[in-house]
Design a protein around this ligand. Structure first.
Ligand code: GLU
Length: 164
C-alpha cells in the first residue's frame, strides 16, 4: 500500500508534503516523489528510489522547492519495477496533467494500446502513466475543464484506485 498527500495554501508545499509522506511510511513503499506548482511556472517533479530520506536530501527537506500547491506519493510497485522512472508523480508530455496514484488500473493495457494508436508514447512501465495520458487525451479532445477531462477518463478506467 502506498501513500498519497496533497497540499494547497499559503505555506511552502514541499516540506509539508514530505512531512505528510513520513506519517505514511509505516504502510511500506519502494520509492517516493513530489510535484509542486509555483504560480505559472512549470510544475517541478522530484523523485527518488528508496527511502523518503533520499527525497528529503535531494530537496533540502523540501526547502529548495518553491511553490504552495503540490502532491506527494510513496509507491509500492505493482506495474513496473521500483525505479526513479516508475516512481510517481507521473506527467503528460506537456506537463499539464500531473498525478499520483494508489491502486491498480486493471484495463491499463487496453487503454495504453488506444493511446499508442493516437500517437502517445510512454516513458514508464506503470499503469499510472496511462491514466495521466488518458486525462490529457480527453482534455485536448474536448477542450473542456480539467474536471470534465478527469470525468471522461474515469468512465474508461477500471480497477481500484485513488488519484490526486
Ligand atoms: N500501480 C501503481 C504503480 O505500480 C501504483 C502502485 C501504488 O499503489 O503504489 O506505480
Amino acid at each position: 500500500m502506498c501513500g498519497i498527500v496533497g497540499f494547497t495554501g499559503r505555506h511552502q508545499a514541499a516540506p509539508i508534503l514530505l512531512d505528510g509522506l513520513s506519517k505514511l511510511e509505516y504502510r511500506g513503499y519502494d520509492s517516493a516523489g513530489i510535484a509542486v506548482r509555483d504560480g505559472e511556472k512549470e510544475t517541478e517533479i522530484i523523485k527518488a528510489k528508496g527511502r523518503l530520506k533520499v527525497l528529503a536530501e535531494k530537496t533540502n527537506g523540501g526547502e529548495s522547492v518553491p511553490g504552495t500547491c503540490g502532491i506527494g506519493h510513496t509507491r509500492w510497485a505493482t506495474h513496473g519495477e521500483p525505479s526513479e522512472t516508475n516512481a510517481h508523480p507521473h506527467a503528460s508530455d506537456d506537463g499539464n496533467v500531473v498525478a499520483v496514484h494508489n491502486g491498480i488500473i486493471e484495463n491499463y493495457q487496453e487503454l495504453k494500446e488506444k493511446l499508442l494508436r493516437k500517437g502517445y508514447s510512454f516513458y514508464s512501465a506503470t499503469d499510472t502513466e496511462v491514466a495521466v495520458k488518458l486525462v490529457d487525451y480527453y482534455y485536448k479532445k474536448y477542450g473542456e475543464s480539467p474536471i470534465e477531462a478527469v470525468n471522461h477518463a474515469m468512465v474508461r478506467i477500471r480497477g481500484s484506485y485513488a488519484l490526486a
